[in-house]
Design a protein around this ligand. Structure first.
Ligand SMILES: Cc1cc2nc3c(=O)[nH]c(=O)nc-3n(C[C@H](O)[C@H](O)[C@H](O)COP(=O)(O)O)c2cc1C
Length: 325
């Protein structure tokens, strides 16, 4: 990605409500993830032009030295505000700035942010040019294929980005109207790969190491980006590495799930993150996927009142209940 090497060529997708500093470090500590990214962050929030939200935006942008290389993701539709916010990200020490042209959420698109921009390529150009000229670190963009199937713009977007000097582009090939339904059409990734020379990052529906390899084979993409699968399988990057080296990969046992939950919950407690208990409840459902009697643990955690109680429930479940079952 410009002068920033992404090695291995695997990226944790930005996910609002998930990829905060604690989760990113959990992933980094498992090894073999080449780049991590912040949750999308309002450019207006970063520059302080929307009242009291500046502190919240800065929470999204806080990171620890061990997170390098790390990219900050911004959304918005005012080119100068985006450029000022990007400059602040550069000054905070981020290795790259990414612009979100994919978010389908109404609150964002109604102000033309996220995938709202996909219907106004003049605005996309203006944002990319203005932000690019404000930065010395690499600028990247993450985008959807278009507003809907009748208005596909992924090839035009990719060519425009290359023309402006964007360092790498990541495509989630669903359309805005598609939301998360159906499947990602990976042939759209192949189409942009054929249209530009800058690195292309493929994203969408990678659930296993086999999927990651298949995406690279089918599309020729230079790197893969993984979102939802990483939230229930934080080992996926390590598994991809093993699969490439040996043709098979390690699968987590219950003891590994216990360890990852305990580690994540301890980190949340130690960091005094906002809404620690809410995060613990949210992740209980991700981390207990496929665990015997996991539904019982989820219900118990749902009713818990303190973080210590949740941590005790997890320990009790894995060391007593599961062993006895
Ligand atoms: C809960 C959630 C939050 C997300 N937040 C963001 C975000 O902040 N920025 C962004 O560019 N994409 C966001 N996405 C989209 C993902 O980065 C990714 O493009 C999408 O989930 C497809 O990849 P996957 O199939 O590997 O999950 C989010 C997705 C989910 C499920």
């Amino acid at each position: 990605m410009g002068p920033v090497p992404i090695k291995p060529a695997t990226i944790l997708a930005p996910m609002a409500g998930i990829t905060d500093t604690v989760f990113r470090r959990l992933i980094r500590n498992q090894g073999h993830c080449g780049l991590i990214m912040t949750e999308f962050t309002s450019s207006h929030g970063v520059i302080g032009s929307d009242g009291g939200r500046r502190k919240k935006s800065f929470n999204y942008l806080s990171f620890e030295p061990e997170e390098h290389p790390i990219s900050s993701q911004l959304f918005g539709s005012d080119p100068q505000v985006m450029a000022d916010a990007a400059r602040i990200c550069q000054d905070l020490g981020f290795d790259a700035v990414d612009i979100n042209f994919g978010c389908p959420v109404k609150k964002v698109t109604k102000c033309n942010g996220g995938s709202g921009c996909l219907r106004d390529l003049g605005l996309v150009r203006s944002i990319l040019e203005t932000v690019k000229s404000a930065l010395t670190i690499p600028l990247t963009m993450k985008f959807r294929a278009g507003w809907n199937d009748r208005e596909l713009v992924h090839v035009k977007m990719a060519q425009m980005a290359e023309d402006i000097g964007v360092a790498a582009i990541a495509l989630h090939p669903r359309t805005r109207e598609q939301g998360y339904s159906g499947l990602s059409d990976w042939s759209r990734i192949a189409e942009i790969k054929a249209a530009v020379k800058i690195p292309v990052i493929g994203n969408g529906d990678i659930l296993t190491p086999e999927d990651a390899v298949r995406m690279v084979r089918q599309t020729g993409c230079d790197a893969v980006m993984i979102g939802r699968a990483a939230s229930s399988n934080p080992w996926i990057f390590r598994q991809i590495n093993e699969y490439l080296e040996t043709g098979s990969y390690w699968e987590p046992a219950e003891v590994d799930r216990h360890e990852i939950m305990s580690t994540y919950y301890r980190m949340l407690d130690e960091e005094e993150m906002p809404d620690t208990i809410g995060k613990m409840k949210q992740f209980a459902s991700y981390f207990t996927h496929g665990v015997r009697n996991g539904a019982k643990l989820r219900v118990d955690i749902y009713h818990a009142k303190s973080s210590q109680q949740i941590r005790d429930l997890v320990d009790h479940f894995f060391t007593r209940e599961l062993v006895a079952a």
